[in-house]
Design a binder for this molecule. Structure first.
Ligand code: TRP
Length: 454
């Protein structure tokens, strides 16, 4: 019955590396720390972890199950499991989301290449934070240089995608993910042992619940979706490449833990470092691009750590971009029966349009706004605060109510060969708890909850 003609990842390790490669990215190392800094340290962490447990885990399991049952891309899998309905539109929304995310993601990934270059040429040494901040804004507001880096990032991503699921995605993530772990652990140790570093840890683990409000809750939920690559069919696509013998619940547990671990480790690298040199951790997206060079510039052997850190950031970003591009490429090649090469090239060119818009948001187009946001902020906010939660909501409803129940159960229990005593709880979560939770956070943010007396 099971069609094994679809390409499969060749081992359990390969599945975890690819999925963790997708999950662990700029979201963990670049965005999570600055959100923690802005939104009250451990208080934000508390809600983040809560969302990961009640929404992240069950949604990731559902996505894997949909993909492996459907044996197809983010759109095709819905079609296979529910040929008459319109649920495949979730996949279409996912593909659009992938474009928007790649648009701003490629720009920040490009920044990491510039910073690897600056680190290698020893440009941080001896500079203070004001100079480094000025350098960052001068670079990021340029109309050409950051765009060229983004182009290079997308070309590298496309090259790996062109090599295919096994030789591209699997081989590259199996090599890059262990590298990433070694680097981040070494950096965590270095950072905590800096003079004054412990104060940063105290800030990190001391909750300030007064900073929590409805928009912070939405940010924490959006961050959980973004960080785990959920709500847009990424894990559906990867799930379709997972072998029928793989224990999905184990894979999901491992990926979720690894992802949260890297996010916390990133904060453990950045906060002690920021406190050690007296930088306010509440600043926004520039945090890692200003704080860390500043730390490195004052440190013996700092150049080495700087190179290492920005390589870490780049590797994390690249494995995530690969997964985003695979969502689109798998969709177009399969649904329109087209060849991988022309599709990958066209997708790359199309993404670059969004990249240019995002990059210019920091300079020439910084006054061009929609709903009061630059293109960069718009792509960032609309994906993680609207499309992904909405996608997640619809995916839980699909898995819980629409997809044939025995098909869902077959996937999570590997055709009944695994004991899944928790299946009932999982079902309650995807049928009621997660969708209602998402809805509540969204409505709360829109202010609707006040009208209905919540
Ligand atoms: N999870 C990645 C990060 O934390 C970003 C990412 C990769 C992503 N693939 C995705 C986000 C799919 C949403 C959907 O950086």
């Amino acid at each position: 019955m099971s069609k094994q003609n679809r390409i499969n990842f060749s081992s359990k390790l390969a599945v975890v590396a690819a999925a963790a490669g997708s999950a662990v990215g700029l979201g963990n190392i670049w965005r999570f720390p600055y959100e923690l800094g802005q939104y009250g340290g451990a208080a934000f962490l508390f809600f983040y972890v809560l969302f990961v447990i009640v929404m992240g885990f069950p949604i990731m399991l559902s996505e894997f199950a949909i993909g492996r049952a459907g044996q197809s891309n983010a759109v095709g899998s819905f079609r296979k499991l529910d040929p008459k309905g319109k649920w495949w539109l979730i996949g279409v929304m996912g593909v659009i989301t992938a474009f928007l995310i790649m648009g701003f993601y490629s720009v920040v990934s490009g920044w990491t290449l510039e910073y690897i270059y600056q680190a290698v040429t020893n440009q941080f040494s001896g500079k203070d934070s004001i100079t480094l901040a000025a350098n960052f804004s001068e670079f990021s507001s340029d109309s050409v240089r950051p765009v060229l880096w983004a182009v290079l990032v997308m070309v590298i991503t496309a090259a790996i995608i062109l090599l295919g699921v096994k030789d591209g995605i699997e081989k590259s993530t199996k090599f890059m993910m262990p590298l990433l772990f070694i680097i981040i652990i070494a950096m965590g140790i270095r950072s905590v042992t800096l003079p004054g570093g412990l104060e940063g840890l105290r800030f990190l683990f001391h909750p300030d619940f007064s900073k929590i409000n409805s928009s912070v809750l939405l940010s924490a939920m959006g961050q959980a979706f973004f960080s785990l690559s959920l709500g847009m069919g990424c894990m559906i696509t990867y799930g379709s490449y997972v072998n029928k013998k793989n224990k999905l619940s184990h894979t999901v547990t491992e990926v979720t833990i690894l992802d949260s671990l890297v996010a916390v480790l990133a904060a453990v690298v950045i906060f002690p470092a920021a406190f050690a040199v007296g930088i306010n951790p509440g600043q926004g997206p520039e945090l890692v691009f200003i704080t860390l060079p500043n730390v490195f510039s004052n440190l013996p052997g700092g150049q080495f750590w700087a190179i290492l850190f920005f390589i870490l950031l780049f590797v994390a970003a690249l494995t995530s971009l690969i997964s985003l591009m695979e969502v689109v490429v798998a969709f177009v090649t399969e649904q329109f029966k087209m060849k991988r090469v022309p599709v990958t090239i066209s997708v790359t060119l199309a993404v670059l349009v969004f990249s240019v818009m995002s990059s210019l948001s920091f300079g020439a187009w910084k006054d061009v706004t929609i709903f009061g946001m630059t293109f960069f902020d718009l792509f960032d906010n609309i994906t993680s605060k609207v499309f992904m939660p909405l996608g997640g909501l619809l995916i839980t409803l699909f898995a819980g109510w629409v997809m044939p129940l025995n098909s869902l159960k077959q996937e999570v229990s590997n055709n009944g060969s695994l004991q899944v005593k928790w299946f009932g709880i999982y079902l309650i979560i995807i049928r009621y708890v997660a969708p209602l939770g998402i809805l509540l956070v969204l409505l709360n943010q829109l202010g609707v909850s006040k009208w209905i007396g919540l």
